[in-house]
Design a binder for this molecule. Structure first.
Ligand SMILES: NC(=O)c1ccc[n+]([C@@H]2O[C@H](COP(=O)([O-])OP(=O)(O)OC[C@H]3O[C@@H](n4cnc5c(N)ncnc54)[C@H](OP(=O)(O)O)[C@@H]3O)[C@@H](O)[C@H]2O)c1
Length: 283
């Protein structure tokens, strides 16, 4: 479990990654630049973007202009499944948009439905790892059978699976599988994607601990051992969201939060989602 904002977790391949970062979905241009700048100033060491978010250029600009040593910032981006049949173009596009020397972690954003293309994309990422233009690779929204198939194909599990994760949708079976197989679990949508007001328990626990409902939720993730990437564009909330290292939820309260599990989630079904609803020209 991480103990402070800059703490890193060890990955199966002996590399490591920060346990806490800034999500950048649905923030564009000056808004996301300001968010990344605020986060880095406040001590965040990881930013999570994707080609799909169409903000890699702004995220990269904020990283470059932060004045912080590049090696102390961990930049995660993701390849969209419709590009798995042109992975080199997709990687070059991300590198050009971000305009940084290397990507710390590149994730396959969704498994997609074309297994051959998915593996071609994975192999291309490995070539870029060899060239040191990408430091590490992982996947996102993979189900257990997708991970098992990766193992069959490559003899190795990915280091990370970034999945939708919050108390309504804790994905216990997936988390247990990842733990058993040395895959770090990273949660997207960690603070209910803005729906936290619909969770009275968090309000109740917030009062008990003298923290906010969002802080209690993030603390639950941390105590579960999940990597967490709450998104905010608001500098004050970015700061507050990271202030989660001065209290500990009791086992009893962790269990109470566990009982919120109800299957409610926001994401697509990874078995059928092709990603074709997002189109851009890679140039
Ligand atoms: N791999 C994938 O398929 C995938 C999918 C979705 C997301 N992600 C990644 O995961 C990150 C996090 O997920 P998410 O953005 O979907 O959801 P989230 O982090 O659970 O929730 C973000 C929402 O919470 C609000 N918020 C943030 N701090 C708050 C606070 N202290 N009090 C009240 N509201 C607060 C934000 O609004 P403000 O900005 O106004 O504060 C925003 O509306 C994304 O940004 C993205 O990087 C990955």
């Amino acid at each position: 479990m991480i103990q402070c904002l800059g703490d890193r977790i060890k990955l199966s391949d002996e590399k490591n990654m920060p346990g806490f970062g800034l999500g950048c979905y649905k923030a564009m241009d000056a808004e996301v630049e300001r968010a990344v700048r605020s986060a880095l100033e406040w001590g965040y060491t990881m930013v999570d973007t994707a080609t799909r978010y169409e903000n890699e250029a702004s995220v990269g600009k904020a990283v470059r202009e932060s004045g912080i040593d590049r090696q102390n910032i961990f930049v995660v981006t993701k390849m969209w499944p419709t590009f798995y049949d042109k992975p080199q173009k997709a990687i070059e596009y991300s590198l050009k948009q971000l305009n940084i020397d290397y990507i710390d972690m590149l994730l396959l954003h969704w498994p997609g439905t074309d297994e051959t293309a998915r593996y071609r994309a994975w192999e291309m990422i490995q070539k870029y790892i060899d060239k040191e233009l990408i430091q590490n690779a992982g996947v996102s929204n993979f189900k257990i059978h997708h991970l098992e198939a990766m193992y069959q194909a490559f003899g190795k599990m990915p280091a990370v699976n970034q999945i939708e994760l919050h108390p309504w949708y804790p994905q216990q079976e997936m988390a247990a599988f990842c733990n058993e197989n040395g895959i770090a679990v990273e949660g997207w949508g960690p603070i209910f994607r803005g729906h936290i007001k619909e969770v009275p328990l968090m309000e109740e626990l917030a009062e008990k601990y003298g923290k906010s409902p969002v802080q209690v939720t993030l603390r639950w993730h941390i105590q579960k051992g999940f990597v967490v990437i709450p998104k905010s564009s608001n500098p004050q909330r970015i700061q507050q969201n990271a202030d989660v290292f001065d209290f500990v939820l009791t086992e009893e309260d962790m269990e109470k939060i566990d009982h919120l599990s109800c299957g409610k989630h926001f994401g697509n079904d990874a078995d059928v989602y092709t990603g074709e609803d997002f189109q851009i020209v890679l140039s």
